[in-house]
Design a protein around this ligand. Structure first.
Ligand SMILES: NC(=O)c1ccc[n+]([C@@H]2O[C@H](COP(=O)([O-])OP(=O)(O)OC[C@H]3O[C@@H](n4cnc5c(N)ncnc54)[C@H](O)[C@@H]3O)[C@@H](O)[C@H]2O)c1
Length: 118
C-alpha cells in the first residue's frame, strides 16, 4: 500500500487530516473506498464483522493510516463503542460512510415489465 499511497502527490491529497469512519469497510466497495481515502491523506476507521479481512486490510494499508473495529451495525451498543474508539483515537470524525449492508434479491417493486409500458 505504501507505494500506492506515495503515488498520490501531496497536492492531490484532498482528504489530508480528515477522519473517516466506513461501515462495511473490510471488503468490496467499503474496502476500496478505504484505500482511496488513505491515498488521499485521510485517517480511516473501518467497522465490520469480518475480522480476518478487516485486520488483513489494515496490515496491507498500514496501521498508521487505518484501524479496524469489530462492529455489527445492527447492534447500537457496538456502534457506540466503535464511534467512541474513532473519536478517542483521532479526536473527531469528519466523514461517516454508512456502507455496510447486504445485497438481497431484487424486490418485485423494482422489476420492470416492458409490456406494461407499451
Ligand atoms: N455492489 C453492488 O452492485 C451494490 C448495489 C447496490 C447497493 N450496494 C450496497 O453497497 C454496499 C456495499 O456493497 P458491496 O458490493 O461492497 O458488498 P460487500 O458484501 O462486498 O461488502 C459489504 C460489507 O459490509 C459488511 N457488513 C454486512 N453486514 C454488516 C453488519 N451488520 N455490520 C457490519 N458490517 C456488515 C460485510 O461484512 C462486508 O464487508 C452494501 O450496503 C450494498 O447493499 C451494492
Amino acid at each position: 500500500m505504501a507505494s500506492n499511497s506515495s503515488s498520490v502527490s501531496t497536492s492531490a491529497k484532498r482528504l489530508d487530516g480528515k477522519v473517516t469512519v466506513i461501515t462495511g469497510g473490510a471488503s468490496g466497495i467499503g474496502a476500496t473506498t478505504a484505500k482511496l481515502f488513505v491515498q488521499n491523506g485521510a485517517k480511516v476507521v473501518i467497522l465490520d464483522v469480518q475480522d480476518d479481512l478487516g485486520h488483513s486490510l489494515c496490515n496491507e494499508i498500514g496501521p498508521e493510516h487505518i484501524s479496524y473495529v469489530h462492529c455489527d451495525v445492527t447492534n447500537e451498543a457496538q456502534v457506540e463503542k466503535a464511534i467512541d474508539f474513532a473519536v478517542s483515537k483521532h479526536g473527531k470524525i469528519d466523514v461517516m460512510y454508512n456502507n455496510a449492508g447486504m445485497c438481497g434479491t431484487v424486490n418485485e417493486r423494482f422489476r420492470l415489465n416492458l409490456s406494461e409500458l407499451k
